[in-house]
Design a protein around this ligand. Structure first.
Ligand SMILES: [Zn+2]
Length: 493
C-alpha cells in the first residue's frame, strides 16, 4: 500500500498531529465547526482511561451520579467570577418546543451551579457530609479556535464535586484528587506530569485555589492535562449550601471540583507518538497485541492459521487485548504499516518457520532498551518461544509501558531549563521553544502579565517541592525583586 508518509514532527508538528488523528482513525471534524466525532479507535482509548480513573475515584470513596445538561442561565450568573470566566463561551438555548423560553438555558460548560443547587437540598447537617460525587458527561464551550481532542466545542470529561465540613477537608480532597490524576498519568498514560498550584490569574473561575497537572509535549509546549479546585465557600454561599455544624451553628459547606477530559487523548498522542504514527501505552491500548500470520501456499496457510489462532486464544484467555489480523486482502507489510500507524504496542508475526521452530516473532512499537535488537538500526525483532508465551507478552507489555515513561521523562528533563537568571535569556529560551523554564517569581501579577504579553508563555504551575530545582532561585526573573516562588513557564495548548 503506497500510503503517503506522515509529515515529520520536526518539520510541522501541528500537521503531524492532525494527520495522526485522522489516519489512525481516532476522530474527525463534524459538520458543526469545532465539534468532534470520536471514532472507535479514539473512543477505545477514552474508555480505557475512563475505566481506570473510575476505579480510582471509587477506591477513594466517590460515587457516580448524573446531572442534566441544561442549566438555567440565572444559575451561571449567580457567581460573579464564574460568569465572568464562562460567559464568552456559553451556548444558550432560547427556544424550545417552538416557543421562546421564559428563561434561557445554557448547555453546561461545567456543572458546579446545578450540582451545588442540588446539594443544598440534600444537606442539612454535618451528618450529611461529606458528599463525594463524580459525573461522566459532555460539556459545551463555544471555542473559536479548536483542535481535535485538545480543544473542541463539545468534549467528554468527568467532573468530581464534593462538599465538606471544613476547609482543611476540602483542601485534602483537592490534593488527593490531584494525586489521583498524577498517578493515573504516570502509571497509565506514561506521561510524567509536573504538579502544583496555578497562579491567581490562571485559577478556575470561582475557585479559591486551583492545582494542575501539566505535561510537556514533544513540541515543548505544555498541556494542562487535569485540574483540581478548592472552591472554598464561594458556591456554597451563592447556592445556600448550608449545614448545621457539630456545635449547632449554621455553616456554609466547603466544595471542591476536579476534572479531566478527552483532551488527555491529545496529550497521549503528543507525548508518545512518532513519525511512523500513533504510539499508545499498553495500558490504554484498545489492541495491545496484533497477530499477523504470514504464509504463501494453502498448506502454509492451514498450518500458520492454526498456530495463530491457538496463540490468539491463549493470549485472550490470559487477559491480553489481542487481535488476529486475518484480512486476506492485505500483504503482511501493509498490515505492519497499518498497525504501526494505529499504535498497537506489540506486533506478533507467525510464519511457517516460526511454527516449525515453535516460536513467534514480536516487534515492539517502540524500541525496548533492555531487549536486544536482532539487526541494529532496524526494528527490534524478538524471537520468543511459544512455551510461556503469554507470560512473556505480559512482561513485554509492562516493559513497553515503562520504556515509554522513561523516554518521556528523559525528554521532559532534557527540555527543562533551570538556573536562568536573566530575563533576556528567558525570552530567548521561550522564543526557541526550549520547554519548561524554571525561574524565580516575585508573585506579582505585573511580572506574570509582562512575560505573557512579551513571550506568550504563562506560569504553568508553581511546582510542588518534589518538582522544584535543587537550587532555588532567589530573585524574580522579571523584576529582580525577591523571589517568592520558583515558577515553571512555558507556552501551552
Ligand atoms: Zn517580579
Amino acid at each position: 500500500m503506497a500510503e503517503e508518509k506522515l509529515p515529520r514532527r520536526s518539520e510541522d508538528f501541528s500537521a503531524w498531529y492532525n494527520e495522526i488523528v485522522s489516519r489512525a482513525e481516532l476522530a474527525e471534524h463534524s459538520p458543526v465547526r469545532g465539534s468532534m466525532v470520536i471514532r472507535p479507535n479514539g473512543y477505545g482509548i477514552w474508555e480505557l482511561m475512563q475505566q481506570a480513573l473510575d476505579k480510582m475515584f471509587k477506591d477513594t470513596g466517590h460515587q457516580n451520579a448524573y446531572f442534566p445538561m441544561l442549566i438555567p442561565l440565572s444559575f451561571i450568573t449567580k457567581e460573579a467570577k464564574h460568569v465572568e470566566g464562562f460567559a464568552p463561551e456559553l451556548a444558550v438555548v432560547t427556544q424550545g418546543g417552538g416557543k421562546e423560553l421564559e428563561e434561557p438555558l445554557v448547555l453546561r460548560p461545567t456543572s458546579e451551579t446545578i450540582i451545588y443547587h442540588m446539594y443544598a437540598k440534600w444537606v442539612q447537617s454535618y451528618r450529611d457530609l461529606p458528599i463525594l460525587m463524580n459525573q461522566w458527561a459532555n460539556v459545551v464551550r463555544w471555542e473559536m479556535r479548536t483542535r481535535l481532542f485538545l480543544r473542541t466545542m463539545e468534549f467528554l470529561w468527568q467532573e468530581g464535586h464534593t462538599a465538606h465540613e471544613t476547609e482543611a477537608e476540602a483542601e485534602a480532597e483537592t490534593l488527593q484528587m490531584l494525586g489521583v490524576y498524577r498517578t493515573f498519568m504516570y502509571d497509565h498514560m506514561a506521561m510524567p506530569v509536573i504538579c502544583g498550584p496555578k497562579s491567581d490569574s490562571e485559577r478556575f473561575a470561582g475557585a479559591l485555589r486551583t492545582y494542575a497537572v501539566e505535561g510537556l509535549m514533544q513540541d515543548n509546549k505544555a498541556l494542562q492535562a487535569g485540574t483540581s479546585h478548592n472552591l472554598g465557600q464561594n458556591f456554597a454561599k451563592v447556592f445556600d449550601l448550608q449545614f448545621q455544624s457539630r456545635e449547632g451553628t449554621l455553616e456554609y459547606a466547603w466544595n471542591t471540583s476536579w476534572g479531566v477530559s478527552t483532551r488527555m487523548v491529545g496529550g497521549l498522542i503528543m507525548t508518545h507518538s512518532d513519525d511512523d504514527g500513533l504510539v499508545t501505552p499498553p495500558k490504554l491500548a484498545p489492541v495491545q497485541v496484533v497477530i499477523v500470520p504470514i504464509f504463501k501456499t494453502d498448506v502454509e496457510q492451514a498450518v500458520v492459521m492454526g498456530a495463530a489462532d491457538a496463540v490468539f486464544r491463549e493470549l485472550k484467555a490470559a487477559g491480553v487485548r489481542v487481535k488476529l489480523d486475518s484480512r486476506d486482502s492485505m500483504s503482511p507489510g501493509a498490515k505492519y504499516y497499518d498497525h504501526e500507524l494505529k499504535g498497537v504496542p506489540l506486533r506478533m508475526e507467525i510464519g511457517p518457520k516460526d511454527v516449525e521452530k515453535n516460536t513467534v516473532v514480536i516487534v515492539p512499537r517502540v524500541e525496548l532498551s533492555k531487549e536486544e535488537a536482532a539487526k541494529p538500526g532496524r526494528k527490534q525483532k524478538l524471537f520468543v518461544p511459544r512455551e510461556g508465551l503469554s507470560e512473556r507478552v505480559r512482561q513485554l507489555l509492562d516493559a513497553l509501558q515503562s520504556q515509554l515513561f522513561d523516554n518521556a521523562l528523559a525528554r521532559r528533563e532534557a527540555n527543562s531549563v533551570r538556573g536562568t537568571t536573566s530575563y533576556d535569556e528567558m525570552k530567548a529560551l521561550i522564543e526557541r521553544d526550549a520547554g519548561f523554564i524554571y525561574a524565580g517569581w516575585c508573585g506579582s501579577a505585573e511580572c506574570e502579565t509582562k512575560v505573557k504579553e512579551e513571550t506568550k508563555a504563562t506560569i504553568r504551575v508553581i511546582p510542588f517541592e518534589e518538582f522544584r530545582s535543587a537550587v532555588q532561585p532567589t530573585h524574580c526573573i522579571v523584576c529582580g525583586g525577591e523571589a517568592r516562588h520558583e515558577a515553571v513557564w512555558a507556552k501551552s495548548y
